[in-house]
Structures are given as structure tokens and as C-alpha cells.
Design a protein around this ligand. Structure first.
Ligand SMILES: [Fe+2]
Ligand SMILES: [Fe+2]
Length: 194
């Protein structure tokens, strides 16, 4: 199973990240920490679903390991992590989660998959941008790209499991992808993951 994002990240985003990489790194660290917390909160919400609990606990550990790596990268550059800033992109996506037990988990997993897919796309852009000037950074972001791509597949697989109906799932996915594409177009471009 596979899906594509409906809108590619604009070039000005990667240029902005390149110019203010310190801000980007700090935000990236925050995003990994939040992703770990989000995975734990999904696990805690579904104690009766062993597949979800197992996958989310493993994911939480992996995202926390990403957080650790980004923090060490920040410190090695003589910088300090900055306070978390509000992630309007994630907040707006989460506000589309439908209430009711039948939909809540499916939407949460689909949105998780979309966020991972966008993360993977953007980390890949960062890896390419730094390929010539900072090979170590580029290599790090290539590794992160592959990891977030795996997370995207995991969320999609869990969503299909939770839904059980591929056609219904893809209808909902399409709606969420359209929302996501609008957010990419409308939200201000920042030297941040979103
Ligand atoms: Fe991550
Ligand atoms: Fe991830």
C-alpha cells in the first residue's frame, strides 16, 4: 500500500532551512520529541489492542532516539535547543480527527502517516541540499528520511488494519491529503519542519 502527497514542498522552504539551519535543527528536535510523545499517547489510548501498543511503543523509542541524535547534533555545533514552538500544521491536521471510536483511531493513524510522509519528503530535501557542503549532516538526514518513510508505511498498515475496508480508508485518506496540501500552500514558510 502506498500514497503520494498532493503537493510538493516549495523550493523556498529548503532555501529558508539552509539559511537558518540552527532554527531548523531546534524545531526538528522538538518535532522528534513530540512524535515520541504522540506514539506513547496512542499506545496508552488503546491498551486492548496489542498490535497498536507494540508498534507505538517501538515507534516512541525510535523517535526518542532521533530526538537524542538531533540534540547531540545541536550541542556539537555549540548551540542550545530552544523552547518548543506551536506546530500549527500538526494542530490543524489533528483538528480534522473525527470523534467516535470507529473513526478516531483511523484518522489518527492516517494523519500520523501523512505527517511521517511529509517529514520524509522534507528530510530528503535537507539531505540533498547539504550533500556538497556538509556531508555528515546530509548523511544523517538520509538516514532519518528512510526511517520516517518506514513510519509512514507502518501508520498506513495499522490504519488499514483498524478500518478493514481499503476503499473506505482511501476515501478518507484523500480528504486528509487535500487538507494537508492546503496547509502546505497556506501556512507561512518557516525554518522549521512545518
Ligand atoms: Fe523521527
Ligand atoms: Fe517518524
Amino acid at each position: 500500500m502506498h500514497f503520494e502527497l498532493l503537493r510538493a514542498t516549495p523550493n523556498k522552504w529548503v532555501e529558508m532551512v539552509f539559511k537558518d539551519f540552527d532554527s531548523f535543527l531546534s524545531d526538528h528536535a522538538s518535532s522528534e520529541k513530540k512524535a515520541s510523545g504522540m506514539a506513547l499517547s496512542v499506545a496508552a489510548h488503546y491498551p486492548d489492542k496489542p498490535k497498536i501498543v507494540s508498534a507505538m511503543v517501538d515507534l516512541a523509542v525510535e523517535e526518542l532516539s532521533h530526538y537524542r541524535q538531533v540534540i547531540h547534533l545541536i550541542l556539537s555545533r555549540g548551540l542550545h535547543p530552544r523552547p518548543d514552538s506551536q506546530d500549527t500544521y500538526v494542530k490543524k491536521l489533528n483538528s480534522a480527527i473525527r470523534r467516535g471510536p470507529d473513526f478516531f483511531l483511523i484518522d489518527r493513524l492516517l494523519i500520523g502517516g501523512i505527517i511521517e510522509k511529509r517529514g520524509s519528503e522534507r528530510f530528503s530535501l535537507v539531505a540533498q541540499k547539504f550533500a556538497q557542503t556538509e556531508p555528515t549532516i546530509s548523511h544523517f538526514y538520509t538516514t532519518i528520511t528512510a526511517s520516517e518513510e518506514r513510519h509512514y508505511s507502518l501508520f498506513l498498515e495499522l490504519a488499514l488494519d483498524a478500518c478493514g475496508n481499503e476503499a473506505e480508508l482511501f476515501d478518507r485518506l484523500k480528504e486528509l491529503l487535500e487538507l494537508e496540501a492546503n496547509l502546505i500552500e497556506e501556512l507561512p514558510t518557516r525554518a522549521a519542519l512545518h
